[in-house]
Design a protein. Structure first.
Length: 156
């Protein structure tokens, strides 16, 4: 299964970008034996300023057919790292070709995109800037790969 992060906004040269790149590189190295690889990060900027509906349309254009969609939303499920890993692993084992992890902009994700999502997750009741949410998501992908590999990185 190929995983991609699709996000509103661009991470320019910044400490957050360095962290995302580091975690995604580490994820890529560990995940291949489990049938999981990384597609490039998709960064969308709505230059016309059409709001969440316009952003959702731009994001959905980047989705592959028959893919799984995980939307980050403050009202989503709060999963443990193990539960997040179970979703990713099960979909890969079931032969799902693509999984898109979606991060909205300042106003979140449009209802049309949330309704299409197979899973809506939250990093807790606090709202996080999208740049930090991307770092946290990249780390969770890396953590998932370490869980699958039996690495001691994740402790329970």
């Amino acid at each position: 299964m190929k995983i991609s992060i699709s996000a509103i906004g661009r991470l320019r040269n910044s400490p957050e970008k360095e962290l995302v790149d580091n975690y995604l590189s580490r994820f890529s190295k560990l995940s291949k034996p489990f049938g999981i690889s990384l597609n490039p990060v998709v960064e969308i900027e709505d230059k016309k300023g059409g709001g969440t509906m316009s952003e959702a349309k731009l994001l959905m254009k980047s989705f592959q057919r028959n893919s799984k969609i995980i939307a980050l939303d403050e009202r989503g499920l709060v999963l443990s790292s193990l539960d997040f890993t179970k979703y990713i692993s099960a979909w890969a084992s079931d032969g799902v070709g693509y999984c898109h992890l979606v991060i909205g902009g300042a106003d979140g994700l449009d209802k049309t995109l949330l309704d299409k999502a197979n899973l809506q997750i939250s990093f807790g009741k606090m709202v996080w800037p999208h740049m930090l949410a991307r770092v946290m998501l990249a780390e969770q992908l890396y953590r998932s790969a370490t869980i699958l590999a039996g690495s001691p990185y994740h402790r329970e």
